[in-house]
Design a protein around this ligand. Structure first.
Ligand code: GDP
Length: 382
């Protein structure tokens, strides 16, 4: 079959040339192209792919839980085109009163720890007990690795087919801050669409755990048995972010070892300060394959929510997260503004050279850069 390609949605209209990514024409038939296996409890509204949606269309569609429109609204939010930003914010502002009614759960673990198998197991457990589950991801490396997190839909085949679940891979490319903003806003859209559990997955490398911790209520660290701490890349810092440490693959011959590992981590946790005031981080075991321990873990999440809602810690954290978000967006914006300024672009390489050659101190270089940047308004007025 000859593939039809067109420019991605986020491209500014009228831009010539080729794109690193392009959009392949969709498949015929139901979900994932399987004839007749259309997904969703209520059929999603047929939307003309040609027509651009208005803010009202997006708002109505998302409110009604229409997954096609939810997906398109997320695409709008992920767009880097300036012309989409105003519409995206209009939609978000309208939907804001409907957000916040979910439990936000972050999950991290090294590749191979079993994150996607685990999310599928807990996701199905939840949808079977009446919850609606959205799964998002933060993977700032995804433009390089072609999406190691949730990139491959077959990783959660059963869950992807569940009509009470919505899965969205990580927005690709950009800085961690940019990816995080998109995931946060996608999370709000999912809440407005009626998803009451939002799971945000990230790979256990680098800064992304801290970013995900800053957008969720409950943060879970998924671990393996037998691999040493170093092997699993677990730094004390990551353990200190966790509201639960879960040793996965506690099945078959591995079960006893998993229990021993759990005891070791339970011991280690005694010496750390838990991230959530009043909550003692438990060490648990589970098997994402057999499902053993999954219900117990969910009970722990419920207990966490009950306790922190009663104590006020839950809402306090959400408020603090909102403010942190505002500040991080300001940082991101100023950073972009600074490095995109033509005078800085011109000056920076020369100053960098002088600093590395030892002819200029770092502090003097910074002073020159900042004073050049501060003259921006005058320059722009000329
Ligand atoms: P991720 O990279 O962290 O998303 O890990 P995956 O979910 O892709 O799992 C990696 C491998 O571990 C796969 O082959 C899974 O089948 C296997 N796996 C995941 N969870 C379990 C489990 O609970 N028990 C066993 N025995 N294998 C598991």
């Amino acid at each position: 079959m000859k593939k039809e390609r067109r420019k991605p949605d986020w491209a500014e209209p009228g831009l010539p040339g080729t794109f690193a990514s392009s959009v392949v024409k969709g498949v015929e038939g139901g979900h994932d192209g399987v004839p007749g296996s259309s997904s969703g409890p209520a059929p999603d509204t047929p939307v003309s792919r040609r027509r651009g949606l208005t803010a009202d269309d997006y708002v109505r569609g998302v409110r009604e839980g229409d997954r096609t429109i939810l997906a398109r609204a997320i695409t709008l939010i992920e767009s880097n085109a300036l012309s989409h930003a105003a519409l995206a914010q209009e939609v978000l502002t309208e939907l804001l009163p409907l957000t916040g009614n979910s439990v936000r759960i972050g999950i991290t673990g090294v590749p191979g720890a079993g994150k996607s198998t685990f999310i599928e197991a807990i996701g199905l457990h939840l949808t079977h007990s009446g919850h609606r589950v959205a799964v998002l991801a933060v993977d700032p490396s995804s433009s390089l690795t072609r999406g190691s997190v949730l990139g491959d839909k077959t990783r959660m085949e059963k869950l992807a087919r569940d009509s009470h679940c919505f899965i969205r891979p990580s927005p690709s490319g950009g800085t961690l801050g940019g990816v995080a903003r998109k995931t946060r806003e996608s999370m709000l859209l999912c809440e407005a669409a009626g998803y009451d559990v939002v799971i945000v997955e990230t790979v256990g490398v680098g800064q992304s755990e801290i970013t995900v911790r800053s957008m969720v209520d409950f943060f879970l660290l998924l671990l393996l048995t037998g691999a040493g701490d170093e092997l699993q890349g677990i730094k004390k810092g990551v353990m200190e972010l966790a509201d639960a440490v879960v040793i996965n693959k506690a099945d078959g011959e591995n079960k006893l070892r998993a229990e021993a590992t759990r005891a070791e981590f339970a011991h280690a946790l005694h010496f750390l300060t838990p991230p959530t005031q009043g909550w003692t981080t438990p060490a648990l075991t589970c098997s994402a394959i057999t499902g053993e321990g999954i219900a117990r873990l969910w009970e722990s999440v419920i207990a966490f929510c009950d306790q922190t809602r009663t104590s006020g810690v839950f809402l306090d954290r959400r408020r603090a997260q909102m403010l942190e978000w505002v500040h991080s967006m300001v940082d991101e914006h100023l950073h972009t503004l600074f490095y995109a300024d033509p005078a800085i672009v011109e000056l920076l390489p020369r100053l960098e050279h002088e600093v590395t050659q030892g002819t200029l101190t770092a502090a003097s270089a910074v002073r020159k850069l900042i004073s050049t940047f501060e003259q921006r308004p005058q320059r722009n007025q000329k």
